[in-house]
Design a protein around this ligand. Sequence first.
Ligand code: ZN
Length: 401
Amino acid sequence: MIDKKLVTLLHEFKQIGLTSMGGVTRCVYDDNWILAQKKYVKIANDYGLYCFCDKMGTIYAATSDHISHKSVILTGSHMDTVINGGWLDGIYGVLSSVLAVGQLLQKFGAPKIPLCAVSFSEEEGSRFDTTFTGSRYLTHQLSRGVFDLKDSIGIIFDEERQKRVTELSQVTPIRTPDFKIRSYIELHIEQGNLLEQSHTNIAVVTDIVGQKRLLITTNGISNHAGTTQMFGRADAMQRAVDLMTQIYSSLGMMKGVRFTIGKIIAFPNVANVIPEKVDITLDIRHIDQHVLDDAFEKVIKITDAVGATYRLTTNVEATPMDNQLQQQVINSIKQEKLVGERLFSGAGHDAQVIANSKIPSVMIFVPSKNGMSHVPQEDTAESDLLAGQHVLQRLLYDLAY
Ligand SMILES: [Zn+2]
C-alpha cells in the first residue's frame, strides 16, 4: 500500500540543515526552517491537499477547503529540531502524516470526517527560551510574553515570526485555524530504548510524563582566588555543590523520578575569581503528578535551607492519552499484523499540550536505535519507519472514512 516515498523524503529533509557533525539544525524561523516548511507545502499541494499557514508559521494540510468551525482529525508533529539534533525527531511524524492523509485522499476520495495534517512551527525550544509555541498557539495556551523573547544574538521572536509568515504567504494563504479538533494523533520516534529492549517494533503511548524545570541560583561574594582565605568565604559555587549533592541524594531515592542538572553557569565565570552567583537548571519528570509534586517540594526545601532562590521555567502536568484512541491504535497495529506495546513517554510532545486542552489525543512510537535521540546518531530501522506510517494510515482510515 505504501511505497518508500517516506524514507526518500526523510533523507531529503535531512539535507535541510545538515551540520558538519552529521546532525540537523533547523531551529524555528531560521533559513533551513523556512525552506523545510515551503517544501512541506509543495508536498501537500501535490497530493491535492488544501494548505494554509497560521500566524505562528504552522502549516495545515487538509482534505477539504471548508474546515472552518468543522470538527477535524488532526495528525502531525513539529518541523523544528534541537541544535545538531537527529534526522527523525518531529519530521518523521510531520512527513508520515501528510503522506498518509494525501494518499488516503487520492485513493479513497474525501473522508466523512475531514483529515488535517499539521507541521507545527516549533516544539523544541532550541532557539528562544520557550517550548511548544506551535501547539500552544493552536490550543489558545500561548502567553503574550513569548512574542518579546530574544534568541542568543538578540533577535526578537515576534520580528522573526512576522518576517517568516510573510515569506510563507507567498506559497500558501494565511488563515486562523478556526476548526475544531476532534482528535489529535502524533507518530514519533520513541527517543528511548524500551522498545529495542523488548524487541518490539511499535507502541501506543499511555501517558506522557509531567515535567518541571527550575532555574536555581546560589549567591555569594566575589573576591580574589589567591588572597581570600578559605575560612569565611562566601562562595556561590560551594553552595551550589552542596545544593546539588542534596538534590542527588534526595531525589535519587524516589522511585521513577528522572532528574537532570544539565546546565551550570558561574558568574563571573573566571578561573581566579570566587563566584558571586551560580545558576543551575534542574529538570524533574515523573509519570505520576503527585510524585512529581513531592519531588518538587523536596527541592524547594533544600533550596530554602541553603539560602538559594528558584524560578519555575517549565511546568507541564503528567498527561494520560485518550483510552479509546489507544484501543483504536492497538486495533490498527493488530490489523497490520504487528505486535505492539503500551509505553509511557519520558519526553514532552505536542500531544501533551493538545491533550491538556481536553482534546482526545494519542501517540504512536517506533523504536530508536540504541535509544539515542537529540544527537546525530538518532536513527530508526527503515522497516520500523514504514510500519509506523502503515499503522497511522490505517488508523486514520478507520477513524475518518
Ligand atoms: Zn519531537
